[in-house]
Write a protein that binds this ligand. Structure first.
Ligand SMILES: Nc1ncnc2c1ncn2[C@@H]1O[C@H](COP(=O)(O)OP(=O)(O)OP(=O)(O)O)[C@@H](O)[C@H]1O
Ligand SMILES: [Mg+2]
Length: 334
């Protein structure tokens, strides 16, 4: 018997939750593809491990980076790989819950459902990511009360106000933590004439990236390749200059939260002053982002306990209490 599964196929990380088993897979959304045949050879950690140990025809890529879940072919292949890893075969077709971006269109939604079906899921159910996140964070989503979720992921930032089990206001932008990495890369290239890889840029972000001035201003030593000489070169970066370099991206995220607040009905906006904003997603862990959001909205901001797992844990809770929570799936209202 295959266990029912919940899948959060994120642009940065893929998580799978199995009913009665908790999180059974948590890996970077990376696939290794044979460039000649376009066949997907591996995903996640395995895909990383193949790098440098394979013929030149094989490359490792983040397939969802730009296209999100709308790339039917990739989505289908990824889901198939995930189901296979979770022990699903043609003979045991489990119930599968897939977390999708809240701004998904009807056409995209059908594509994901079809992809999941072809990949072996008997009954694919879709749930909006902010809804899953709100459940994962333990918010009282069934009450007539404003609950706000801000999910800053790798490729997207979504803000939603939820009340009575439905999304009341929504803002989704295609700016996420990967864009912050890219901004750091651009800055170092332009101002220091040094090329750094995206993983180095992410390391800089994790080490000294901030969205608000901090007291402990540790600096970071960065090694890259000098664009003029082609030789290795080291520079020292300060948190202040990195904050300035990523300002545009951070502002875009903060602005979308403010915009979403403006869309919420006044009564619900009032509730939020008490309930606060719940920050989830890996990008939500950027130091000082909670503080910055508080400064601009005057609403308390809480970073949830497990920002990276919150969405899949919420979808998992729906699996565990399927009968009582199935009304939360997309299309359940019809
Ligand atoms: N402590 C941290 N500070 C800042 N950023 C972080 C931290 N930890 C992880 N991140 C960033 O979070 C991002 C991944 O977040 P997450 O796993 O929530 O994205 P995702 O769900 O895959 O993407 P999306 O929801 O946009 O599809 C990465 O870009 C990573 O660099
Ligand atoms: Mg996500």
């Amino acid at each position: 018997m295959a266990r029912d599964l919940a899948i959060d196929l994120g642009t940065a990380n893929t998580l799978v939750y199995a009913r009665d088993g908790g999180i059974v897979l948590n890996e970077p959304t990376v696939i290794a593809v044979n460039e000649k045949t376009q066949a997907v050879l591996a995903m996640g950690h395995d895909a990383w491990q193949m790098i440098g140990r394979t013929p030149a025809s094989i490359v490792a890529v983040r397939p969802l980076r730009k296209g999100a879940i709308t790339d039917f072919d990739i989505t289908q292949r990824m889901i198939r790989l995930l189901l296979k890893r979770a022990g699903v075969s043609r003979f045991n077709r489990p119930r599968v819950v897939i977390c999708v971006p809240s701004a998904i269109t009807e056409v995209e939604r059908r594509a994901v459902e079809e992809a999941a079906r072809r990949a072996g899921a008997a009954d694919p159910y879709l749930i909006h990511q902010p809804m899953a996140a709100a459940i994962g964070a333990g918010l009282p989503i069934h009450e007539p009360l404003g609950n706000m979720i801000v999910d800053v992921g790798g490729g997207t930032s979504e803000t939603a106000v939820i009340s009575l089990g439905g999304i009341v206001a929504l803002q989704a932008i295609r700016v996420g933590s990967f864009d912050i990495d890219a901004a750091i890369q651009t800055y170092v290239r332009r101002d220091y004439g040094i090329a750094i890889g995206e993983r180095t840029a992410e390391e800089i972000k994790l080490a000294i990236g901030t969205a608000y001035p901090m007291d402990d201003a540790v600096k970071a030593e960065v090694r890259g390749r000098d664009l003029m000489t082609g030789l290795p070169k080291t520079v020292i970066l300060s948190p202040d200059e990195v904050r300035a370099a990523i300002e545009e991206q951070v502002n875009a995220i903060v602005d979308s939260v403010v915009l979403c607040l403006g869309q919420a009905p006044p009564e619900l906006a009032q509730d939020l002053i008490v309930q606060g904003i719940h920050l989830v997603g890996g990008g939500g862990m950027l130091r000082g982002l909670d503080r910055r959001l508080h400064e601009e909205t005057r609403i308390p901001v809480h970073l949830v306990d497990a920002p990276l797992e919150c969405v899949v844990l919420g979808a998992g809770k729906v699996l565990e209490s399927f009968e009582s929570l199935k009304v939360l799936f997309m299309g359940a209202e019809r």
